[in-house]
Design a protein around this ligand. Structure first.
Ligand code: IVH
Length: 672
């Protein structure tokens, strides 16, 4: 009897995973929604009644495909930044010299840590109790995964010593290599989709809807940095780490303090050789200036700290056969060739496709179908073909793959806009392949962020001719979705709600979503902040754009071309008619807590570098002036404040100390 139940459970798991795979990955479902639901229901019931066959790899325990789960959002106490990378000792030397120069050539202590190939997470302890766990998200706002974080075996729920009132520390959640293999094996047993690498496995296991699954996934955590800390101060990164150890955290064994470039380089070489012996994946080393005071002096770019750098280990390479070259049409019409490869294992992943960049690259590398090629998976995820290792037995070795004359999607003529350009394009504005990519970009997370409106949904809607222009997204109705595979009432309602919500996104997001050539996320934000509404952009000329410090000629010309294009006018008009917001709201322009309030800083600050305090005030919408007057709203007084403080008292200006300042900026959870 038990055997029968067991084999039925195994059979159902395999079958459901196969259908998930057909639906989500192959876009080719074989059964109806109802048929699929019946299988899931039967499996759920059998698992409920027979808990001895419980398995975290069961499809009933996983969030499948693109359907994201509903985590709450958490605003980080300060942004979770990333790190700049170097790929050679030469580049590391340059960074080292720059640091030495900036810190006036004194002997500098460096803390070197392995760069763990996991997924970053933030843990907040309030009075020593683990209160919040969050993913990195977009760096500003992450997902609330507190319950899942609590399931990670080496994360203390209560600190052994709990001095800090507020302690936000950050680190990497990862899975050991052997646990990763085992997990994949378990998943494979049911013909499920394997995780491509330990990082994906850690991330997938952390973002489970059921924390019990996370508990079974053998995740670990290493602490490496911090956000805000109130009630405790550290002098050095190494002190911070030691303190974390005393609090009950586990630290990496391979940590080293170095005082010279030579020492750093020799530790790098040690670790390159040791890399494969570690029980977890590392993809480089993080070199940090140890003194936290120096962190303040060196500061940050808007993406990463200047006081640290990630030295990435040499890329992993392997050889395989290039079976076929095919072409794809991108969002802007660029035609890119890519290589279909004989599947090969590389850095823990099976690679069956690689980029060939452009058609000149094919000629330069003398690549033909059938050749054995060297492929590389460098710092980025897309593998590339490095060179030909052995020619294949092709008839004509000197004839290389030519760019297509007509677009594979719409049959329009392919052109090279000018001889200097390497890219070939389909310039048909109505090309379906471009439109498809444009829709995907428009709805993407960093653009209009329409959750659930992914490739599979877009493809089905296009097939059914429900969308012809961008604005059609906003006319989609219940009936358009309910007919799609796996769409039932709840999912349909959720997606309709997500579409409606996206109408309110600020102008900056809309600008990015429109996919204007050369205009990325940052530029979109800057432009939206300056021009405030779409109308102003239509009226702007090139000089109005170049007046903005960050906007150069190429971007300005691209913007002008875009906004003088008649079809763009119609596009925007159609979006306005659907109620899409065309304004950059004040609150998105700057966190305006200090709404034009005037600050004067005086004396020596201890918790903040002066520059950091100034930046904070400005970021929150305030202004900083040098001298005190009646117009001054606040005077931030540090140690040994002198004349300005006296004058402020005379003029009855509100005087605040650093603690009060911290209180002001942290109220309502606003970040610096
Ligand atoms: S320090 C401002 N130390 O690498 C960021 N990061 O590529 C300070 N990472 O987002 C981070 N190991 O999630 C630091 N020993 C380590 C690390 C580490 C892995 C991750 C981290 C960061 C990413 C940047």
């Amino acid at each position: 009897m038990q055997e029968n139940i067991k084999s039925r459970i195994y059979y159902l798991r395999k079958k459901i995973l196969r259908h998930n795979n057909l639906y989500y990955d192959k876009n080719n479902p074989e059964i109806s929604d109802g048929g699929y639901d019946n299988l899931v229901k039967e499996l759920e019931q059998l698992e409920r009644e027979n808990p001895i066959f419980d398995s975290s790899a069961s499809p009933t325990q996983q969030v499948s495909g693109f359907v994201s789960s509903s985590f709450e959002q958490i605003k980080h106490s300060s942004p979770m930044l990333s790190l700049d990378n170097t790929y050679s000792q030469e580049e590391t030397k340059k960074w080292y010299n720059k640091i030495e120069k900036s810190l006036n050539n004194k002997t500098i202590e460096f803390a070197i840590e392995p760069k763990i190939d996991g997924v970053s997470a933030s843990l907040t302890y309030i009075n020593g109790i683990l209160t919040v766990g969050a993913t990195r998200g977009d760096g500003e706002v992450g997902e609330d995964i507190t319950e899942n974080i609590k399931m990670i075996q080496n994360i203390p729920h209560k600190l052994k010593i709990y001095n800090p009132r507020f302690f936000e520390l950050r680190g990497e959640v990862y899975i050991n290599k052997t646990d990763f293999e085992e997990l994949n094996e378990e998943i494979l047993n049911f013909e499920g989709q394997k995780f491509a690498n330990p990082r994906n496995a850690a991330s997938g296991s952390l973002r489970q809807k059921n924390p019990q699954i996370t508990a079974k996934r053998k995740l670990n955590f290493f602490v490496h940095s911090f956000g805000k800390i109130y009630g405790k101060q550290f002098q050095k990164q190494s002190d911070f780490l030691q303190y974390c150890k005393d609090c009950g955290f586990q630290l990496q064994d391979d940590f080293k303090i170095c005082y010279s470039l030579e020492e750093i380089e020799s530790f790098m070489n040690v670790m390159i050789n040791k890399r494969d012996l570690l029980s977890y994946e590392i993809d480089g080393l993080v070199i940090k200036v140890n003194s936290l005071q120096s962190h303040q002096e060196l500061g940050y770019t808007n993406k990463s700290p200047r006081w640290a750098i990630a030295f990435k280990f040499p890329a992993k390479q392997t050889t395989t056969i290039l079976n076929k070259i095919c072409v794809q049409v991108g969002r802007t019409g660029i035609i890119t060739p890519s290589a279909i490869l004989e599947p090969a294992a590389l850095a823990g992943v099976t690679i069956s496709r690689a980029t060939l960049h452009n058609f000149d690259e094919i000629k330069r590398l003398k690549i033909n179908e059938g050749d054995t090629v060297l492929i590389e998976r460098a710092g980025d995820v897309i593998p590339k073909v490095v060179k030909v290792i052995k020619k294949g037995v092709t008839a004509s070795k000197d004839i290389f793959f030519e760019p297509p004359k007509i677009c594979p999607s719409c049959n329009s003529k392919i052109v090279k806009e000018n001889e200097k350009e390497v890219a070939y394009r389909c310039i048909n504005p109505e090309c379906p392949a471009q439109f498809r990519r444009h829709l995907i970009h428009f709805a993407g997370r960093n653009a209009m962020d329409i959750e659930g409106f992914g490739e599979a949904v877009i493809d089905q809607l296009l097939e059914r001719e429900r969308i012809q222009i961008l604005a059609d997204i906003y006319y989609l109705s219940y009936d358009d979705f309910i007919g799609l595979d796996l769409f039932k009432e709840k999912k349909t309602d959720k997606l309709l709600e997500a579409i409606a919500v996206s109408k309110k996104r600020p102008l900056s997001k809309l600008l990015f979503a429109l996919g204007i050539r050369h205009i990325g996320e940052k530029a979109s934000e800057i432009i939206a902040k300056k021009f405030k509404n779409m109308n102003a952009l239509f009226n702007a000329n090139i000089e109005d754009f170049t007046k903005i410090h960050e906007i150069g000629n190429v971007l300005a010309v691209s913007l002008k071309n875009f906004f003088t294009n008649e079809s763009v006018y119609h596009l925007i008009d159609s979006l306005i008619k659907t109620g899409v917001n065309m304004i950059e709201p004040e609150s998105a322009q700057a966190d305006d807590k200090f709404n034009n309030k005037i600050f004067v800083l005086t004396g020596e600050l201890t918790n903040f570098a002066r520059e950091q305090a100034v930046k904070t005030i400005k970021a929150l919408g305030g202004k900083v002036t040098a001298s005190v007057s009646k117009k001054t709203d606040y005077i931030l007084a540090g140690i040994n404040a002198g004349l300005k403080l006296k004058k402020a008292k005379e003029l009855n200006v509100k005087i605040i100390n650093e603690t009060e300042f911290e209180g002001l900026i942290s109220k309502n959870n606003n970040s610096i």
